[in-house]
Ligand binder design. Structure first.
Ligand code: PSU
Ligand code: MN
Length: 333
């Protein structure tokens, strides 16, 4: 039998335990610190979705409810952000409110992290940055709404989300409802293959498209249960070099289709997405502003329906992430 025990973040030092040492560069809430110390399941959550992905007050309400979903499943939520230059792993109620309301909170990708820390600024972390910080904290499972990807027109704009790069680097399983068709889904899947990132869809052979359960693209791989996901994670991260360092570094993307009752069909959402893309073109919006603009514009065009769908899928992802974290923390898989 292969030894599939988790090598942990201190490779070699914690070979026979799932507990994780505290990283002095990070500020943990007591709840998260205790959970990591005792090997209880923890689910990381991002903060760009709060500051730049949803309007107030739905953003802070959703952030609280998503944390509750994680707790209801017996795991501990760790919402990640940078506040006053300190990297936070777990936030209190006032900190969540600040992220939801303060206009000075920047959307920060991995490239922005050192500047935000050095200048003592506030930063809402994208999927990429949240993955990296989760990895530094030894958190293996992370729930979000949708991940970034290869933007339409990337052949000339080169706009490819750093979320994809980070999936090839950090040992974290990201649970998302797939990739929105504001992006180029086919190219996103191609690029993830190039980067060596396993893409699993839960309960379906088709890769989902965020608001819609179907995208028209087959999922590279599919799984039936959170336990199967945990087995894949152990197989990937348990494969070590003889001295204990990772043999297959990087993350796993778990796509979790939006619940049937909450979905907006492709036929219905696609014209709205086209409209939002053409409005963005007319305004000349590019770079890091594109994803927040498109999300906000689609909420306007659909008169809030896309926001309800977004909230439903994030909660669904939090529930699955908690179950994956639970299965991964358990022994004897
Ligand atoms: N997709 C959503 N909501 C979001 C985002 C993506 O449905 O809020 C955010 C995530 O934080 C993601 C980021 O990491 O947008 C991607 O931004 P960009 O495309 O600039 O890499
Ligand atoms: Mn981009």
């Amino acid at each position: 039998m292969n030894d599939l025990t988790d090598p942990g973040i201190n490779h070699g030092a914690s070979m026979n335990t799932n507990t994780t040492a505290v990283n002095p560069n990070l500020d943990y809430t007591p709840e998260v610190r205790d959970a990591l110390h005792t090997g209880r399941p923890v689910v990381a959550l991002e903060s760009t979705i709060i500051s730049h992905g949803m309007p107030y007050p739905q953003n802070v309400q959703t952030a609280r409810e998503v944390e509750d979903v994680v707790r209801d499943h017996g795991a501990v939520p760790a919402t990640i952000a940078v506040l006053g230059g300190r990297i936070k792993v777990g936030l209190n109620a006032e900190e969540l409110e600040l992220l939801a309301t303060d206009k000075g909170v920047q959307k920060i990708s991995t490239r922005d992290l050192p500047y935000t820390v050095a200048m003592g600024l506030h930063g809402a972390t994208t999927v990429a940055t949240t993955m990296r910080i989760a990895h530094l904290a030894g958190i293996r499972v992370f729930a979000t709404g949708g991940t970034g990807g290869v933007h339409r027109g990337a052949a000339t704009s080169m706009d490819i989300s750093a979320d994809l790069t980070e999936l090839s680097r950090s040992e974290v399983c990201v649970v998302s409802a797939g990739v929105k068709s504001i992006l180029d889904i086919g190219l996103t899947l191609e690029y993830l293959e190039t980067l060596g990132v396993p893409v699993l869809t839960l309960g379906s052979a088709e890769f989902p498209a965020f608001y819609s359960r179907q995208s028209g693209f087959a999922s590279p791989l599919s799984v039936k249960t959170p336990e199967e996901v945990a087995r894949v994670l152990r197989a990937k991260w348990g494969l070590c070099r003889p001295e204990g360092s990772a043999g297959l570094e990087g993350g796993v993307l778990l796509a979790n289709p939006i619940p049937e009752g909450a979905e907006i069909s492709r036929a219905e959402i696609d014209p709205h997405i086209q409209q939002a893309l053409s409005d963005m073109g007319a305004l000349g919006i590019v770079g890091k502003e594109t994803t927040p603009y498109l999300l906000g514009r689609i909420v306007e065009i659909t008169e809030g329906r896309s926001l309800s769908a977004n909230i439903a899928l994030v909660k669904n992802n939090a529930s699955v992430a908690a179950q994956v974290a639970e299965a991964y923390a358990g022994q004897g898989l």
